[in-house]
Ligand binder design. Structure first.
Ligand SMILES: C[S@@+](CC[C@H](N)C(=O)[O-])C[C@H]1O[C@@H](n2cnc3c(N)ncnc32)[C@H](O)[C@@H]1O
Length: 324
């Protein structure tokens, strides 16, 4: 009888030890995740603001309530503000009209580990044939019904392996960027995706057009507009990130929203190209000139430093006094 009890105790001790080891391993992995923070965009995005962050940060108000970024793209400013602790305790509203992009943000927020599992698989399978096989998926009628995690994995995989990280769809809405020539694309970037997931936990992520943020933005909120830029000249047509173009009418619509939010008492910042059209539209507001490296043009002769503007409503103080 004693021997049986001893045997049972040994088995229990063995099981406890085994689970303790597994638990410790998990915990040390979690701690490693906590130590390696990479709060930065997890995708490449045309017009990404990483090169301009220090110049934009200088123009931010010293304090604000909630934060809104309605032309989200890669979300460079959002991740930078989060990394600096400037969004602590605030509500964050991130939105974009691109449905596949927003689906990807939601998956990164909710199920990053499952997403990484698929990305690791795609990383192993990566080849020219595999790229075009994945690219073709949106030609299938049932594509929108497929699992959100698979669609997000496709989005990130194509983003990391296509030519220049461009996002371009044809008239039918099919992604049509050819494969890029990267030797070792970072398809399953564990640290960046896990850090992004953490940063997104308090964010409301919405697939809406910019005008709809009127329903969310309140007095003293900070709103950052980074729309597709007004073209520098007639031949420059890279203003179409999806089916929708962003020319004179849309820019005017955005200007009206800028004014509405100004009257509401929000702090509004707006990046755009240094063009007469934009400068005359915003002539009653404060305009600063920033130097930017632009790489959205595939012709190397058209790359390099160009000017862009950062418009802000520095009259917000007067506006708030009027309201009080
Ligand atoms: C210049 S990019 C934003 C870049 C971003 N700030 C970054 O750091 O990567 C412009 C974004 O506006 C989005 N967009 C275009 N038209 C829009 C609309 N009507 N409403 C909301 N977003 C729109 C595009 O899908 C694209 O992601």
């Amino acid at each position: 009888m004693d021997e049986i009890i001893l045997h049972k105790r040994k088995i229990i001790a063995f099981i406890v030890l085994k689970y303790e080891k597994q638990y410790n391993h998990k915990m040390s992995k979690m701690q490693n995740i906590k130590q390696i923070k990479k709060y930065q965009p997890f995708i490449k995005w045309a017009g990404g603001k990483r090169g301009l962050l220090s110049q934009i940060l200088e123009k931010l108000p010293s304090d604000f309530e909630n934060y809104h970024e309605p032309f989200l793209g890669g979300g460079a400013l959002f991740f930078e503000l989060y990394a600096r602790g400037l969004l602590n305790g605030k509500k964050v509203f991130l939105s974009d009209i691109n449905e596949e992009l927003i689906n990807t943000y939601l998956v990164v927020k909710e199920t990053p580990l499952k997403l990484l599992e698929i990305l690791n698989d795609y990383k192993d399978k990566h080849s020219k044939e595999f790229y075009y096989k994945i690219r073709e998926q949106d030609r299938n009628q049932d594509f929108k019904k497929s699992s959100s995690i698979k669609r997000a994995a496709r989005f990130i995989y194509l983003n990391k392996t296509c030519f220049n990280g461009l996002y371009r769809v044809n008239k039918k809405g099919y992604f049509n960027v050819p494969i890029g020539s990267y030797k070792n694309p970072n398809i399953a970037d564990f640290e960046t995706i896990m850090s992004a997931s953490e940063a997104l936990q308090n964010a409301e992520i919405l697939n809406i057009s910019f005008n709809q943020i009127k329903d969310y933005a309140k007095r003293c909120d900070l709103v950052y507009f980074d729309p597709p830029y007004y073209p520098l000249n007639n031949t420059q047509s890279f203003t179409s990130y999806n089916e929708n173009e962003f020319l004179d009418d849309k820019q005017r619509e955005l200007f009206n929203l800028f004014e509405t939010l100004h009257v509401e008492g929000c702090f509004v910042l707006h990046s755009n190209s240094d063009t007469d059209f934009i400068k005359s539209l915003y002539q009653n507001y404060r305009i600063d000139f920033l130097k930017a490296n632009r790489f959205i043009n595939s012709k190397s002769s058209a790359r390099g430093k160009i000017n862009e503007v950062l418009v802000r409503n520095d009259k917000w103080k007067e506006q708030r006094q009027l309201q009080n």
